[in-house]
Design a protein around this ligand. Structure first.
Ligand code: NAD
Length: 268
């Protein structure tokens, strides 16, 4: 069956909301048993509950992806409880919208820690268990901001560009090392999630018309209208379907590549 993930165990980080939640739910629908983690443990547990209500298998755990000892605990826990790991979606991320001249070193490092250290640590600690499990698929959630530059998002672009090339290098290591692990990145365009009401809203310091009137949230409808062919905002499940494809054996000859899901935003 196309995109079948039955019999596989998946770990999705930052899966309490948004794209991560959609990925966890779609992987469960494709048959995977899913470990859902998020720095906000309550939301991870909620995602897991949604999956089990739909007849899937999941459990939720609190996890800060920047903490190496927590990664060791999570992998030990999956080894003990699930017995193996086949799919890792390094999804947890933050976006800080600020001009580079205004960005504090602390914010630069905090964003690097979540978006880049988190992907590194997850990959480092998952590979041995995935290898023991007969192989699998690592999917790193980058962004179109990892392909092209965006004003007000220089720090974010640096992390997402880093994720893109980290992915390719690890894919080569894994293929050469005969691990049977594939590693690919996914590059979403403008997707309707809570992220646009968080620290990315600082983008509007330079472009006030980007804000939803009376709210500290980027007006993604107006933004999309301006920059996306067809003017359509993406939905989290439209990213999740690409992730399930990369997680399953349907993409068995794909490694070290990038899947862009942006409705043509970077096509021109
Ligand atoms: N929404 C978009 O338009 C868009 C576009 C391109 C890329 N992305 C990327 O997609 C991923 C998911 O973003 P989203 O849009 O669903 O955002 P979101 O804010 O809805 O979800 C991000 C999740 O990550 C969690 N998180 C934050 N810091 C964490 C940490 N230290 N450890 C563990 N979990 C942590 C949050 O609690 C949240 O549940 C991110 O990597 C983001 O950069 C999003």
């Amino acid at each position: 069956m196309l995109n079948d993930c039955s019999g596989k165990t998946a770990l999705v980080t930052g899966a309490g909301t948004g794209i991560g939640r959609a990925c966890a739910m779609a992987l469960a629908e494709a048959g995977a048993s899913v470990v859902v983690t998020d720095i906000d443990a309550a939301t991870a547990v909620q995602t897991a509950a949604l999956i089990t209500e739909n007849g899937g298998t999941a459990r939720g755990l609190g996890q800060d992806v920047t903490d190496e000892s927590v990664w060791q605990d999570v992998i030990a826990c999956i080894t003990a409880e699930e017995g193996g790991l086949n799919i890792l979606v390094n999804n947890a991320g933050i976006a800080i919208g600020v001009a580079v001249t205004e960005m504090s070193l602390a914010d630069w490092q905090r964003q690097n820690a979540v978006n880049l250290d988190g992907v590194f640590l997850g990959t480092k600690h998952a590979i041995p268990l995935m290898t023991q499990s007969g192989g699998g698929s690592i999917i790193n959630i980058s962004s179109i901001a990892g392909l092209v530059g965006a004003g007000g998002l220089a720090g974010y672009c640096a992390t997402k560009g880093g994720v893109r090339l980290f992915t390719k290098a690890v894919a080569i290591e894994c293929a050469a090392g005969d691990t049977n692990i594939r590693v690919n990145s996914v590059h979403p365009g403008i997707i309707d999630t809570d992220i646009w009401g968080k620290e990315i809203a600082g983008l509007a310091q330079t472009q006030p018309d980007l804000l939803v009137a009376g709210a500290n949230r980027v007006n993604i409808e107006a933004f999309t209208e301006a920059v996306v062919p067809g003017g359509r905002v993406g939905q989290p499940d439209e990213i999740a379907r690409g992730v399930v494809f990369l997680a399953s054996d349907s993409s068995s000859y794909m490694t070290g590549t990038e899947l862009v899901i942006d409705h043509g935003q970077t096509a021109g």
